[in-house]
Design a protein around this ligand. Structure first.
Ligand SMILES: [Zn+2]
Length: 318
């Protein structure tokens, strides 16, 4: 028999808000989804989450907690978010306390990449393992780390910012203040930017014929690379090698069972071949033989499942 729903879970993104119920086995039900009403600022989005949450609460009065996957930076212990880049115009905000006041449930916040990592750990490629490194590579790069079965949060809840490890210390300056971050070399945004820079310095590419005056996307670059276009291949290969380097760093630091890569960029043809080549050439033998570098298995529910896992962990604390 299916368990009763126990948690209200919300996955807040810059473009979509999803809400659902979850039981203690992390099974998700009653999904609802809307476009994020970003134009209303934090007040508007909190109202929207409250409305969506109440529509699920009305029929399910026995829920015990709310957990929200939300773009960081944030502190899961205080429930504060700090001007998330994916939610423009938001300053520092006690998001957990505001939602707790509106919905009347003890509320936990979890950074979206950490939530996706927990989801992948419990219900995706991490099932049956104890040590998982998760990277999501799309417009930005985020991550999460599970060591000995526990999500690493760190001193201020900011652990797992894998997109901001330096790959090239002579590389471009990142918004985070560091230089040559993985995100500056291999996110979808960066692949498109580096391709444009190549064109601006005189490079030629078939992509200019496809996109006319529109800016090329990372997807265009990947497709042209697949066709052997020299500029696109150079940009794409360099990004893939940067990801491979980041994966080698993670293998050396965490000795994981699984490195799972999710996000739009990881769907590009040929990416994993290059990553595997870098890992094969550069990772130390013993941790390399212990690890599998794989595609993340979940696409869609990982944030909701991860939020439910965070709620379950909080509930178990004394
Ligand atoms: Zn950075």
């Amino acid at each position: 028999m299916a368990e009763e729903p126990e948690y209200l879970v919300i996955d807040l993104g810059g473009t979509r808000v999803r809400a659902a119920l979850a039981d203690r086995t992390l099974r998700i039900s009653h999904r609802i989804e809307e476009a994020t009403e970003v134009e209303g600022g934090p007040d508007g989005v909190i109202d929207q989450m409250t409305r969506m949450g109440r529509s699920l609460l009305d029929a399910n009065r026995r829920l015990t907690r709310l957990a929200v996957s939300t773009p960081g930076p944030l502190n899961p212990r205080t429930g504060m978010v700090y001007s998330p880049p994916n939610l423009p115009g938001w300053g520092t905000l006690p998001l957990a306390a505001r939602l707790e006041g509106m919905l009347g449930l003890p509320t936990d916040l979890i950074n979206d990449a950490n939530a996706a990592c927990l989801g992948e750990f419990h219900a995706g490629s991490g099932r049956g393992h104890r040590n998982l490194v998760y990277l999501t590579i799309s417009t930005g790069i985020g991550g999460g780390i599970i060591a000995d079965g526990r999500l690493i949060e760190g001193s201020s809840g900011m652990a797992g910012e894998l997109g901001h490890m330096t790959i090239d210390r002579h590389g471009p300056i990142c918004n985070c203040g560091n230089v040559g971050c993985l995100e500056m070399l291999a996110s979808g945004t960066s692949i498109a930017r580096r391709f444009r820079e190549g064109l601006a310095s005189g490079g030629k590419s078939i992509v200019t014929e496809w996109v006319c005056d529109a800016p090329a996307t990372a997807r265009d670059v990947a497709r042209a690379a697949e066709m052997g276009d020299p500029l696109a291949s150079a940009v794409f290969t360099d990004a893939a090698e940067a990801i491979g380097t980041g994966v080698v760093n993670c293998i050396h630091i965490f000795n994981p069972d699984i490195v799972a890569l999710g996000g739009g960029v990881t769907q590009a043809h040929g990416l994993f071949e290059i990553i595997h080549r870098v890992v094969e050439a550069r990772a130390m033998a013993i941790p390399r033989q212990a690890v599998r570098v794989v595609h993340a298995e979940l696409s869609g529910d990982q944030g909701l499942i991860g939020a439910a896992a965070a709620a379950r962990e909080q509930e178990a604390k004394p």
